[in-house]
Ligand binder design. Structure first.
Ligand code: HEC
Length: 211
């Protein structure tokens, strides 16, 4: 007696174009016994393959980048360009050059004054004395320190002044009446910090021209 190859009911039914139900019934619900359609299987296994490829590319090799990565990279490029610009400027600057070249050049001082009037008057005042004139010979103090009193909290050398403008109140320092100076190097390029320093020196020239 030749043995018939075993045919699963689902395959058989598919060949015959019939519908086969499995024997069990749960809560009155019955189950087809059929192979899944190819389009369904294609999507299912395709999704598994896609996941596997994506998992390798994304998590194992890092081939694709997220927006956060792209932003971090762009920021790193900017930070590098900034620190390079600062390095180049610091290579050119020293106490003597700031006094004898920068502060002695009217065009540079004028640029520094423009930047000062746009960014610094609010706290250091129009006349650099950190006071605001309210008329009638009276004035109120502004948050910044006077920049004409010959007193420099963080060093009186021109490069010290460059540094305090560039880096702001050093970490851990209490500031002035609780107010701190922000790091302007984060906002304006080093050349403008140098021009500001030249402007401040020019306004205190008697003090600095001993250098
Ligand atoms: C929001 C207020 C504010 C602004 C705007 C501001 N400063 Fe200041 N500045 C301060 C304060 C407060 C201090 C004192 C900080 C300290 O003692 O730590 C200070 C300190 C300084 C000092 C040191 C003074 C000293 O006697 O040692 C210099 C120089 C200075 N600022 C320059 C500038 C320049 C240049 C600008 C414009 C780019 C500027 N500041 C803008 C608040 C300000």
């Amino acid at each position: 007696m030749s043995e018939e190859p075993e045919i699963r009911p689902g395959q058989y039914a598919q060949k015959k174009g019939e519908v086969v139900l499995r024997e069990h019934v749960y809560d009155g619900i019955q189950e087809y016994d059929q192979t899944l359609p190819n389009w369904w299987l294609f999507i299912f296994f395709g999704a598994l393959l896609f996941f596997f490829g994506y998992w390798i590319a994304y998590y194992q090799f890092g081939w694709t980048k997220t927006d956060a990565h792209r932003i971090d990279q762009a920021m790193a490029v900017i930070a590098e360009a900034k620190s390079k610009a600062l390095e180049e400027m610091l290579a050119k600057l020293n106490d003597e050059a700031l006094v004898n070249e920068w502060a002695a050049d009217p065009a540079i001082v004028a640029n520094g004054e423009t930047t000062y009037m746009a960014n610094c008057v609010a706290c250091h005042g129009q006349d650099l004395a950190a006071k605001f004139d309210i008329g009638g010979g009276q004035s109120v103090p502004l948050p910044g320190r006077s920049l004409t009193d010959g007193q420099w909290e963080y060093g009186s050398k021109p490069m010290d002044i460059f540094r305090i403008i560039n880096e702001g109140t050093p970490a851990g320092m209490p500031g002035h009446n609780g107010a701190k100076m922000e790091a302007w190097g984060q906002k304006i390029p080093p050349i403008q910090v140098a021009e500001l320093t030249a402007f401040l020196i020019s306004r205190n020239f008697a003090e600095f021209n001993k250098l």
